[in-house]
Design a protein around this ligand. Structure first.
Ligand SMILES: [Zn+2]
Length: 164
């Protein structure tokens, strides 16, 4: 099933041999990915602390497994984005350590806030611009149904011809 550009599938599904990012059926690689989703309101628990959030997310999270195909180009784009994400997390950890060292030596709260803000902006920019476009995401997973976004309309047209 589909809803516009959203694919609606059972929690355990295998899709046909079509690249989800461009709709081609040439030079495909198949992969199986497990997706987790929890209701967005759980993020509000972060206001309390990280631990209540983790517990809430674990209790309410739903799982879906999707087997899908990608062409060589989009497969390597997804892998590159994963490495890029990992490297940026390492860079951010290194930045935080450097900040800690700086705080231990000087006591410049203003500079620290600016650096923290810049790091936050960098994380959001990296995730939105480089990683998200290469990934398949879940919009929602409820009991018997998972909704996936990030799939090219051409691919959806071939996998699930739009019902009229
Ligand atoms: Zn492709």
């Amino acid at each position: 099933m589909r809803d516009g550009n959203v694919l609606i599938a059972p929690p355990l599904a295998a899709l046909g041999p079509v690249c989800l990012k461009c709709g081609t059926d040439q030079a495909l690689q198949s992969r199986t990915q497990v997706f987790y989703w929890h209701p967005p309101w759980i993020y509000a628990l972060l206001l309390l602390r990280v631990l209540p959030y983790i517990i809430g997310a674990l209790v309410t999270r739903k799982k879906a497994t999707l087997t899908y195909s990608l062409c060589e180009t989009h497969f390597s784009a997804m892998r590159r984005a994963k490495w890029f994400g990992l490297l940026s997390i390492l860079a951010i950890i290194a930045g935080s350590v450097a900040l800690g060292v700086q705080r231990a030596t000087a006591n410049d709260v203003g500079t620290m806030l600016v650096v923290l803000l810049a790091m936050l902006v960098a994380i959001v920019a990296i995730a939105r611009l480089w990683i998200a476009p290469t990934q398949i995401q879940t919009r929602k997973i409820i009991k018997l149904q998972a909704e996936f976004t990030g799939i090219a309309p051409e691919a959806l047209d071939r996998l699930v011809p739009e019902q009229l």
